[in-house]
Design a protein around this ligand. Sequence first.
Ligand code: T3D
Length: 265
Amino acid sequence: MAPNETVLVEVADGVARLTLNRPDKLNAFDETMHRALHAALDEARWDETVRAILLTGAGRAFCAGQDLAAVDPRQAAGEPDLGETLEKLYNPLIRLIRDIEKPVVCAVNGVAAGAGASVALACDLVLAGRSAKFIQAFCRIGLIPDSGGTWTLTRLLGEARAKGLALTGQPLDAETAAAWGMIWRAVDDDHLMDEAGKLAASLAAGPTIGLGLTKRAIQAAATNSLDAQLDLERDLQREAGLTPDYAEGVAAFTGKRPAAFTGRR
Ligand code: T3D
């Protein structure tokens, strides 16, 4: 993978580590970083040597959302069309993260604000350093939570907490985010990258197809009826049962040895 200056890409031991890299702007999204992240995720999606993705930010923040200097309405020629930015850049990014059938781990290394918080919460397993904060900053500038934020917050937290965060813009600390079930874990800042790296490495050594199908099933549960979900589980389990990793998993269990999954079909 070619490195890009706004998103650093490192692939090792089955993990693609993508680092948002505009630290002087707290990794706020401009169009270049958007395109670089999308391209890096897409490449990791189809690279068979990549079996897990780890997303983080350079410097003291994870991501401060949209680069507000890049879209200053006072500088714009005509009326701003923020719907177009979402349609063109943010929505495809969120859909891509959700559609990648490999685990996507997010290491929130500092503040995650606006769409930066939404991007983090679109990932499958979110770890955050104890000093990290999640800020629904949109209300401070007259916007609504986007990039799936209204959907994700409401599903993860329920309406009361989603509205509390989105209408007040109050920062939520990592410990409370974990206690509320918004993220997987809060860890000491000094251990964040180590813990996130270990988690991504263990996922990368897992039964990749089965993990990808699990992701698909859990995501579908948000909108499916129980009947539809039972049917989906039947179909996906049929698919999982045809993978060499299923045969290996059972052989390893009966042979009382660790499984050596390949992640292949
Ligand atoms: O197209 C569309 O616009 C639609 C899509 C919208 C999606 C969105 O994400 S809308 C929400 C946009 N984000 C925000 O409103 C957050 C803005 N940032 C902040 O509120 C604060 O920076 C933080 C709470 C995140 C962190 O505060 P603090 O005190 O730790 O840092 P700081 O001093 O405010 O920021 C440090 C630098 O980063 C500073 O630059 P400077 O003065 O040192 O040259 C600041 O301007 C820059 N920065 C921070 N966030 C952004 C940013 N520059 C551009 N855009 C940002 N979002």
